[in-house]
Every structure is written in C-alpha cells, then in structure tokens.
Design a protein around this ligand. Structure first.
Ligand SMILES: [Zn+2]
Length: 202
C-alpha cells in the first residue's frame, strides 16, 4: 500500500520552491510541467485520493480557495482558468489535486468523443462531487471548462494524465503533455514566473 511517506505531495520540501500560498489545510503551487504559464495546483495537505473523498468542511475551504485562485489567475493572465481533477482516473500521483490552466478550451465535447456512452453529470458545485462520490465510490474525471459548467464523467478508461494530454494537444504543445518529459530548464523558468506573478495576490 502506498504510504504517506512515499507520496511527493505529502513531503513539503518537494513542493517548497513552487509554493505560491499555503494555509493549514492547502497548498497552492505552480505545477511541474507548465503546459502554459500560470498553471497551478490546489493540493490538500491531508493525504486523500480525490476531492470526492474529502469532508464537507474541507470542500468548503477548497471552494473558497478555488474562487480566489480562479479570480487571481484570470486577472494576472487575462484568461479564466479551466479547472480539472483526475479523480483517481489517470492520476500520476495518488493524492488529490485540482489543476488550474489559464486557457479558453472546451473540454466537454472532447471527453464525450473520447469516452462515448460514459455517464456524465453536470453538477452545481464541488460539494456535489463529494456527495455523489460518497454514494458511488467510483473513479471519475471532473472539470470546469470555458463554459464555466462543472461536469463529472464516471469511470472513463482514461490514460495517465489524460487532461494534460488533450490540453497540450489543443494548445499546440503536445510535447509538454508528460510533465516528467518536459524540458526542465524551460519548465523551471515558467513555474518560477508563475510563482512570482501569483504570489502577490495572496
Ligand atoms: Zn499524499
């Protein structure tokens, strides 16, 4: 079993250089593998597999942070972020995290094409992800694209880093899909700038 000790998101020193903000429960970090400048992650400090498995209070706190990060990203990078989670599907790190990418993309149509026949739900809030997940205990993809609608797709056979793959492709930089393979010099320059530019808002 994967213990917290092996999980990179449970080791603060692995994130430290890329932390934009933190409080008792969450980190906001610039991600490794900057498909686009301004790409951040919201990571709970508690080792939990997905946002669906979190408590009502944790989701309330996450919701407040999402709204700040959404606003700050839009203001600094002149584009509202698309937000998504690999809810146990296609996660490369087995710890919950939400992605924020300042890009105006339609993810919903693409997910429908890639996973035909898979059940999808439009949900009014992240708390619904928690409620539905606690009932179903099923892996999911969750996203909020440029239509600003929150959608869940249940149990799709998505490959590793599925959303990164389709976003990198849509943005014309498919070589950035795999964060482990991205040019580390270019990446460092981008994530350093992301940290500096967003830090001032918190
Ligand atoms: Zn962890």
């Amino acid at each position: 079993m994967m213990g917290e000790n092996q999980c990179v998101f449970c080791v603060r020193s692995k994130l430290e250089e890329r932390i934009i903000y933190e409080n008792e429960k969450y980190y906001v970090v610039a991600t490794l593998g900057q498909i686009k400048l301004g790409y951040t992650l919201l990571i709970p400090k508690r080792h939990v597999l997905c946002f669906g498995a979190m408590t009502k209070l944790e989701i309330e706190e996450a919701t407040a942070m999402i709204s700040c990060l959404d606003r700050y990203t839009a203001e600094e990078f002149h584009c509202s972020p698309i937000i998504f989670e690999n809810g146990i599907v296609g996660q490369t790190i087995k710890h919950a995290y939400l992605h924020f990418v300042p890009a105006s993309l339609q993810l919903t149509e693409r997910v429908k094409i890639d996973f035909p026949g898979k059940e999808m739900d439009i949900v009014p809030s992240l708390d619904w992800v928690r409620l539905m997940y606690s009932d179903r205990q099923t892996p999911y993809l969750f996203w909020n694209d440029c239509n600003r609608k929150s959608v869940i797709c249940w149990n799709p056979p998505a490959p590793l880093y599925y959303f990164r793959k389709i976003i990198a492709e849509m943005l014309g930089v498919p070589e950035r899909a795999d964060w482990r393979a991205m040019d580390s010099g270019v990446d460092r320059r981008l994530w350093s700038e992301t940290v500096i530019r967003l830090k001032k808002y918190f």
